[in-house]
Design a protein around this ligand. Structure first.
Ligand SMILES: C[S@@+](CC[C@H](N)C(=O)[O-])C[C@H]1O[C@@H](n2cnc3c(N)ncnc32)[C@H](O)[C@@H]1O
Length: 305
């Protein structure tokens, strides 16, 4: 449900509502939500890159906002809970500032927040640079609140490359040498980003894929727990939370985006929402297909009527 006041958010949380979006500034939720009530915060904040929703194109505004927001998010998060901040790059006049640098500096100064991983999210498409290599990765900084933190590796395992491989000598000779339930996915994740032809694309200019959120939610939040996204946009975090049986609280200042998120949730309930599965392999063009080859001038000329 979309809430337009923090009182409504509070009642919705108390009554066990599973999908709540606050249409307003996330800072209002910091004041009205009980401390230590969130299991996992996952978000992608504005990068201040001149997008429709960015209030400026200044790195200093990103830093100032984070200095204000990060301690509040930490306060809302349960001890033993987690925070994952997905950020890209602030690029201006060809000068690249990886936003995980200032993000790390801000969050790691907060008492009891400990960086567990810097995950690289890599993808195949994006802006084509001409004076530098085209950017094809962003980062996710995962912090736990405290040392005794929730982490379910089994929920995030991926298939082993050689499932049937066995020990070839020693006391375990002949036994499987790798975990049959799959391997640790590591900290470099290749997941297609949401471009125009992606099944999840909405009118939001900057969605992240549901699959990215799913792996994090499965590993870093308990079933039935509350997942929070202060910059919810089209609600991708919420969709991932709903798919995996978590409750969701999100905020976005833009009403249109809140409606997109709510609509996606309703489509999910009606089993009409298309989501790219996390285990779907990244598309590799067949090297023999026509589009994978340069046109043969002879054939091309001959085929022109
Ligand atoms: C990078 S987008 C998030 C996209 C989201 N991860 C998705 O998959 O759709 C950042 C969002 O933050 C929202 N926003 C900016 N400032 C905000 C604020 N102070 N409080 C809440 N939302 C805000 C913008 O409207 C925008 O939709």
């Amino acid at each position: 449900m979309i809430c337009y006041s923090t009182n409504d958010v509070r009642s919705a949380l108390e009554s066990g509502e599973t999908f709540i979006i606050y249409n307003g500034d996330c800072r209002h939720l910091f004041e009205s939500t009980s401390p230590e009530s969130i299991d996992f915060t996952l978000t992608s904040p504005p990068y201040f890159m001149g997008k429709a929703y960015d209030r400026s194109y200044r790195l200093n505004d990103f830093i100032a906002d984070h200095q204000e927001i990060a301690p509040e998010v930490a306060k809302l998060t349960k001890t033993g809970g987690n925070i994952a901040w997905q950020v890209g790059h602030h690029v201006k006049n060809g000068v690249d500032v990886p936003l995980d640098f200032p993000t790390y500096q801000t969050f790691s100064n907060i008492d009891n927040l400990i960086l567990r991983n810097r995950i690289i999210w890599t993808f195949g498409h994006g802006v084509h640079a001409t004076k530098r290599f085209s950017g094809r990765h962003e980062a996710i900084l995962w912090f736990s609140k405290g040392d005794n933190y929730y982490f379910d590796l089994d929920a995030a395992r991926v298939p082993q490359k050689y499932r049937g491989k066995t020990f070839y000598k020693g006391p375990k000779k002949g036994q499987l040498s790798s975990n049959p339930n799959g391997k640790n996915p590591g900290d470099v994740w290749d997941i297609p980003n949401v471009k125009a032809n992606h099944v999840e694309k909405t009118a939001h200019p900057c969605q992240f894929p549901v699959a990215l959120a799913q792996r994090l939610i499965r590993a870093l939040s308990p079933p039935g727990g509350v997942v929070f996204d202060p910059f919810a946009g089209s609600g991708s975090t919420g969709i991932a939370a709903a798919l995996d049986g978590r409750r969701f609280l999100g905020a976005d200042v833009n009403e249109e985006y809140c409606k997109i998120a709510q609509n996606r949730y309703e489509m999910l309930l009606d089993q009409k929402l298309q989501v790219r599965p996390l285990d779907k392999p990244v598309y590799e063009p067949n090297p023999r297909s026509k589009v994978a080859r340069l046109p043969d001038p002879q054939t091309e000329v001959e085929s022109i009527p």
